[in-house]
Design a protein around this ligand. Structure first.
Ligand SMILES: Cc1cc2nc3c(=O)[nH]c(=O)nc-3n(C[C@H](O)[C@H](O)[C@H](O)COP(=O)(O)O)c2cc1C
Length: 203
């Protein structure tokens, strides 16, 4: 399917056909779209939690204010972000990531540190870490649409409860964004969007 066609026919699916599952190969492909998504400084301070057992989906459904999209999904993916301490330029995780790049580690750290200091001073570290996950979810959703699989981004969640469901320590992880995936049990809804003319300014 063409990219534009996938974008056009993707819609926020609130109810899935619970008799249809997503195959292992398709799930891998959706996750691959997430993995290949770029992150700021290439740090990848995130993790993808795949929720697909009925029991866990039910628990997550309650942690997402009883949204039917979660309960009926074939698969729900929670993008987790590391907590602020892990973004420290003197920390082990940043060094581990930085060592993967062609430049020597000190070059990478010298490049990253001023931006880290800026985000920290502005109180935006946590938000910066979480925002990375939005791109991953967007790519997974569009990629899934190209395979004929519908999805819905889920921002309506109780973070503490979601972390509990996934047995994640809140000192180590925060929830970025969630997305449900499956085959719809409802009609495609047409797009409601402003026109390019109203949205765009050229400078
Ligand atoms: C970041 C984000 C969070 C969202 N959270 C929810 C949510 O918690 N529950 C829900 O039903 N829809 C959620 N949506 C779906 C939007 O309401 C929907 O995408 C929007 O109305 C446009 O409709 P469309 O996706 O069908 O084009 C979310 C969408 C985005 C992008």
């Amino acid at each position: 399917m063409e990219f534009l066609e996938a974008m056009t026919h993707r819609f926020a699916c609130k109810k899935y056909d619970t008799t249809r599952s997503i195959g292992e190969a398709q799930l891998k492909e959706i996750l691959e779209y997430g993995r290949l998504t770029p992150t700021s400084f290439g740090l990848e301070l995130w993790s993808f939690a795949v929720v697909r057992t009925q029991e866990k989906k039910q628990e997550l459904f309650h942690a997402c204010f009883d949204q039917e999209s979660v309960a009926t999904s074939a698969v729900t993916i929670v993008v987790l972000s590391r907590t602020e301490a892990f973004a420290n330029p003197d920390g082990e995780l940043v060094h581990e990531r930085g060592r993967r790049f062609p430049d020597p580690l000190p070059v990478f750290i010298d490049d990253y540190r001023p931006y880290y200091d800026f985000l920290k001073a502005e109180g935006k570290l946590s938000c910066w870490l979480k925002s990375q996950g939005y791109l991953a979810i967007a790519n997974m959703m569009t990629g899934a649409a190209a395979m004929g699989i519908q999805s819905c981004a889920i921002e309506g969640f109780h973070e503490e409860k979601v972390l509990q469901v996934l047995a994640c320590n809140p000192n180590l992880w925060q929830v970025s964004l969630i997305a449900t995936f499956g085959y719809p049990a409802e009609e495609e809804r047409p797009k409601i969007r402003e026109s390019l003319q109203d949205l765009v300014t050229y400078h």
